[in-house]
Design a binder for this molecule. Sequence first.
Ligand code: PMP
Length: 437
Amino acid sequence: QTHFVFHSLQAKMSRPVQARRLEGIDKNIWVEFVKLAATYSKVNLGQGFPDFPAPDFLREALTRALSGGNHMLHQYTRAFGHPPLVKILAQFFEKLLGRDLDPMTNVMVTVGAYQALFCCFQALVDEGDEVIIIEPFFDCYEPMVKMAGGTPVFVPLRPNPPKDGKLMSSADWQLDPAELASKFSERTKAIVLNSPNNPLGKVFSRGELGLIAELCVKHDVLCISDEVYEWLVYDGKQHIRIASLQGMWERTVIIGSAGKTFSATGWKVGWVVGPDRLLQHLRTVHQNSVYHCATIAQEAVAQGFQRELMLYGKPESYFVQLPKELQQKRDWLVQSLDGVGMKPIIPEGTYFLVADISPFKSDVPDVPNSDEPYDSRFAKWMVKNKGLAAIPLSAFYSEAHKNNYTNFIRFCFAKEEATLKAASDILQKWKQEKTSS
Ligand code: PMP
């Protein structure tokens, strides 16, 4: 009898446990590269987070929320966003978009921009739907589309060589209008736009956004607009919100992140702004998955936005100061990479910079016919042997296109001066060793 029970249990346990929707998406480069950085890196310019403190006003707001008089801030709040936060976000985005917003139906707070993206794909994409993704892209778009049963359709930004030996800019990476148009069909449900773009730092121009908008309207396609780096734009460039272009508000979900906006990535507060006809479905996903994110973090972010609304456009505004500081860091890293021959692509926005590793390749053995793109091998070698962590550009391409650009790695420059200097010292020493050997 006992013997029989044991056998039937065994038999049951041999059923596949993994849901079909996870097939082919179980590998993730962040698991590998975050672990490598934790194990080997002396200097970590890999994952995108600042190593400098979040601003005092934000930390003070959190302390007040934590230990101030309102003990209810330790309890559940409204599922679709803590009322003070959705109200101030609505006010802020009314200003940015020049339209009236209802805090209860046009704004929803999420667990970071990550969950905002997840809600979009789950709520808007069906089996058989196609979703256009512009390469290179923030890597989670692809598995999230697939988990929803959709099919990602990729269209690349193509680099144009710069003139007169100048350094390349992220603006030199462009969509081919005919190629983009060819990806739209009656199966297309949505396009994901990420401007400013991670990893290149490209800030899409009005012309490029106009082209995307025209195609969305023509084919009745939705736009999932990931704008988490909206304030991180340099050289007087302007971040243009595609939702403000004609015909786009009704079909666009804007995604933002307090993590990027206020240099507090660990808080995991994000949001979506958009028309109720789209957001009502995102609310269903949100309600039935995470419900809401930490009340005190939402309260503190609300206060951060209140401050920023008061100081809007003034020199004391964090949204003015942060890009100014980051632009200096960018320029410093650009110079230092250029100095060692690792040619940087100058980003117009974000806190990432992609650089060409060609002059250093001779030190890092290639393995012919390997499945792993060369830049990934290079980044692993660099962190293990030089202690410097960066992310291979191929991580931001689909499986089919991973080997198209394997000469680049991405650095994050939202770092203290000392961290950037330490990275530069590593590269200089490496270059000297190369020239003297
Ligand atoms: N979108 C992009 C383009 C990102 O780079 C990131 C973070 N690296 C996110 C979304 C996720 O943001 P959050 O940390 O707020 O979840």
